[in-house]
Design a protein. Structure first.
Length: 174
């Protein structure tokens, strides 16, 4: 996931630089002048017979849409901080979509049919489980993985009900 963010950031930088052009003015000076800083050129000063109100153009009040970069990607969905009990899950599971480790990615696990994460090789028992992960099925599985799926390779330390609820609440944000 980190490499995708870096690629996106680099792409946005390239687009921003392209939108700015190469920086060369028509005269090839890149906006530089021989004039000292703070000095005004003759054509920058209004003529004495023109009142300042005739030359000053009020700038419009910026709206919310004026400040939004339309090329920027949408912000990532809010993900809750992982509870302390999830530390042992991270050893085998990634939370990024499509990044399987020793265990399948847990992104989108709530509501997914057991044994169906793309690109992961499940045990026959897990593939045949025929359940969809929800609060109840996840709680039962986290309480006793091998009791629910005899051939599971998932090894997890004992979790109390509070830890299981915290993990399940976190999984719902992924």
């Amino acid at each position: 996931m980190r490499h995708i963010r870096r690629f996106a950031a680099a792409s946005l930088l390239v687009l921003a630089l392209a939108a700015c052009g190469d920086g060369a003015d028509d005269d090839g000076t890149n906006g530089e002048s021989d004039m000292p800083i703070g000095a005004a050129s003759d054509d920058a000063m209004p003529s004495p017979d023109v009142s300042p109100s005739e030359t000053a153009t009020p700038s419009p009040t910026p709206s919310a849409t004026d400040t939004v970069d339309e090329m920027a990607p949408p912000p990532p969905p809010a993900v809750a901080a992982a509870p302390a009990a999830f530390t042992q899950c991270r050893v085998c599971h990634a939370v990024e979509p499509g990044q399987n480790g020793i265990g399948p990615s847990l992104a989108g696990v709530v509501g997914r049919r057991a044994g169906t994460a793309a690109g992961f090789s499940y045990s026959d028992d897990m593939s045949a489980l025929g359940t969809t992960w929800n609060d109840g099925t996840l709680d039962r599985y986290l309480a006793d993985p091998s009791g629910m799926v005899p051939s599971t390779t998932m090894a997890i330390g004992p979790l109390d009900a509070t830890q299981r609820r915290a993990i399940i609440a976190y999984l719902k944000t992924l």
